[in-house]
Design a protein around this ligand. Sequence first.
Ligand code: HEC
Length: 117
Amino acid sequence: MRNKSLNLLLTLMLSLAISACTSQTEDSSLPPNPITISTELSEIYQRSCKNCHEVQATGAPLTGDKKRWNTILEKGMATVLDRAMNGYLGMPPFGQCFECSPEQIESLITYMSNPAK
Ligand code: HEC
């Protein structure tokens, strides 16, 4: 009998330890290292994305707001990229960069989620 409740206690402690680990990897959908972008991409960022993604009042997820970007990227890059290219609520299609390729948009998204400063 005593052993049984000890087992129960151990199981409980183990599951607590596991959930503690899970909360440490909270930002797991973000790129593990801060992202640097090319001069070309940086120019696109400056004249497009930045106008909204660094202005709180637009409601856009702000560049470097890891918590919010993590929640967005949890849906998977395919979905997020699709929304960015087709437009989604206040987000205009291609972020108004119509000459951008999907690869460039994807790089900009990755950059905004975890920018090297
Ligand atoms: C005119 C303002 C504006 C510009 C310019 C803009 N965005 Fe956005 N973007 C928004 C807003 C507002 C949202 C939030 C939409 C919502 O969830 O309500 C958003 C959301 C997003 C999202 C998240 C979509 C999702 O799945 O929730 C991505 C990715 C994104 N923008 C990428 C970009 C990129 C890349 C650029 C530059 C090429 C860009 N945006 C330029 C306004 C803008």
